[in-house]
Design a protein around this ligand. Structure first.
Ligand code: TYD
Length: 198
């Protein structure tokens, strides 16, 4: 394994198990002697906290939401991501600007415009792992059946997000990993992809 910093981003719609997989991948890399920084977006900083609160108290407009995610990310890049990579660590993120393309894109903002705004300051990862799951299975895992108005809206929204994530699978630095298998199977597939690159 090299000792240069390496930047891994894990993405996917809600219910794909990305947070568990991010943790397991981190533990595995630590066991292989790497220094790992595991983080997530939205962060626990001031802008991320506002975003999490707004999810409970009534959503912001798409434009305000985008603005808050950009502010949260700018701080995350400056304070944690860039310095950790410069110090040779492996950074693993549970969500990054591809989630903004998917989720704020699903709310009507052009995903390519979102991408441009982010890439003006946010470094591209070395590896983007997109954990893919069909929306029916994802809704089952998050305890929704899609038969109330709210859940129907959630279903449509997740369908659009999934499409945007899958379109990112074309990027040379991206891999789509299906998550139909067990947690162990998905974890082992992710380790395989990472060990080929790191
Ligand atoms: P999530 O990782 O699901 O956090 P939790 O486990 O606390 O629920 O992220 C919270 C929500 O934020 C999720 O529905 C996706 C959304 N999100 C965006 O809409 N845009 C973004 O840029 C990011 C990073 C997340």
């Amino acid at each position: 394994m090299s000792t240069k910093g390496f930047f891994i981003v894990i993405e996917g719609i809600d219910g794909t198990g990305k947070s568990t997989q991010a943790r397991r991948l981190g533990d595995w890399l630590v066991s292989r002697g790497r220094e790992v920084v595991l983080s997530r977006e939205p962060t626990d900083g001031p802008w991320g906290t506002k975003l999490r609160e707004s999810a409970a108290t009534g959503r912001l407009s798409p434009e305000a939401e985008l603005e808050y995610f950009l502010k949260d990310r700018r701080q995350h890049v400056e304070e944690l991501i860039a310095p950790s990579l410069a110090a040779g660590k492996v950074v693993i993120l549970d969500r990054y600007y591809f989630s903004t393309m998917a989720y704020q894109g699903a709310r009507g903002i052009d995903p390519q415009e979102i991408r441009r705004k982010n890439e003006a300051f946010a470094p591209q990862p070395d590896l983007l792992l997109i954990i893919d799951l069909d929306v029916d299975s994802a809704l089952t895992r998050i305890g929704a059946r899609g038969d109330t108005a709210n859940e129907f809206e959630k279903r449509e929204n997740l369908e659009r997000c999934r499409e945007i994530f899958l379109s990112l699978g074309e990027e040379p630095f991206a891999r789509v990993v299906p998550s139909h298998g067990t947690l162990d199977e998905v974890a082992s597939e992710l380790r395989k992809v990472v060990s080929e690159m790191i």
